[in-house]
Design a protein around this ligand. Structure first.
Ligand SMILES: Cc1cc2nc3c(=O)[nH]c(=O)nc-3n(C[C@H](O)[C@H](O)[C@H](O)COP(=O)(O)OP(=O)(O)OC[C@H]3O[C@@H](n4cnc5c(N)ncnc54)[C@H](O)[C@@H]3O)c2cc1C
Length: 261
């Protein structure tokens, strides 16, 4: 089975800083890591490859240093890494990102399954996986927590949703986004680290994947972040005391006083 796993390098959650004037994340001088959700997608891919054979390629779009994320993924069990890096990609929103990733996947040749994390810890939209499936013209299953091969080209999956777990039989090819906590991501092995160090990571550009320049980058992105801010918490806090009934009565009194009821 040929599996492609999309991973994104994000600012480490303990070093995220915010430019309050510009309303943007400060990305310079910040340590980066593989998006934590993507480690579960990667582990699902490695486990499936071990079960069925085949190849697992990790793909990322980002600045040149995103190559580190690909090497780490190889040290955790992926076979190959492919970097998508070009100044023309900068500022791409989820629509443009899924278009660029889809064009790169088409360029990589035949595949059976594309895995993504459920969402990222920076953009946090959870749109890229479903957007990618739409672009590739295949079905998408989100919130997947387990994948098992039933027969050639067919898998059984569990999707964890709020109301319960859905078990589905699915025909490949398709895109899946993997739920946080779906498995226990393995740590890089010594052998894996050595393989990662030596791995050749090809870098694809806008020209090499043949994207329409009008659909990429800031100009090709229809969504705009008009403003961002860190919510400021202010106001007094009052803990209501007494029995549940007394607390409800006190709350109704407060809401009436404030003109809300
Ligand atoms: C408010 C806001 C501000 C932003 N500001 C900036 C900015 O200043 N600079 C900037 O560069 N970007 C910025 N972006 C991010 C940019 O729009 C996203 O990086 C990109 O479109 C991916 O969206 P996401 O992070 O929400 O991914 P999601 O849809 O949450 O990701 C789901 C999965 O898709 C895959 N995936 C997502 N992105 C990639 C990728 N690049 N390569 C490979 N796989 C991927 C991963 O498997 C991931 O787990 C911003 C986004 C938002 C919402």
């Amino acid at each position: 089975m040929n599996i492609i796993c999309c991973i994104k390098q994000v600012p480490s959650t303990d070093s995220v800083r915010f430019d309050r004037e510009k309303g943007t994340l400060i990305r310079e001088g910040v340590t980066s890591e593989i998006n934590p959700y993507d480690l579960f997608a990667l582990e699902a891919g490695v486990a499936l490859k071990e079960q069925c054979g085949g190849e697992l390629t990790v793909l990322t779009m980002g600045p040149p240093q995103a190559e580190e994320a690909l090497r780490e993924a190889i040290s955790r069990g992926a076979d190959n890494g492919v970097l998508l890096s070009d100044r023309a990609f900068a500022g791409s929103d989820t629509l443009a990102t899924s278009y660029i990733l889809a064009k790169a996947i088409e360029k990589l040749g035949t595949w059976d399954l594309v895995l993504c994390g459920k969402q990222t810890t920076d953009g946090d939209t959870a749109q890229v996986g479903p957007g990618l499936a739409q672009r590739l013209g295949v079905p998408c299953a989100t919130c997947v927590e387990s994948i098992e091969l039933i027969e050639e080209g067919k898998v059984r999956i569990n999707r964890r949703l709020e109301e319960g777990t859905y078990t589905l039989a699915c025909q490949l090819p398709m895109v899946m986004t993997i739920e946080m906590g779906a498995n226990s991501p393995r740590i890089p092995s010594l052998r894996g680290k050595m393989r990662a160090k030596k791995a050749e990571i090809p870098c694809l550009t806008a020209e090499s994947i043949g994207v329409d320049q009008v659909k990429i980058g800031l100009n090709g992105s229809p969504t705009r972040v008009s403003s961002t801010y860190v919510p400021e918490f202010s106001g007094k806090h009052e803990l209501l005391q007494g029995s549940p009934k007394e607390q409800v009565d006190a709350l109704i009194g407060i809401l009436r006083e404030a003109g809300i009821l």
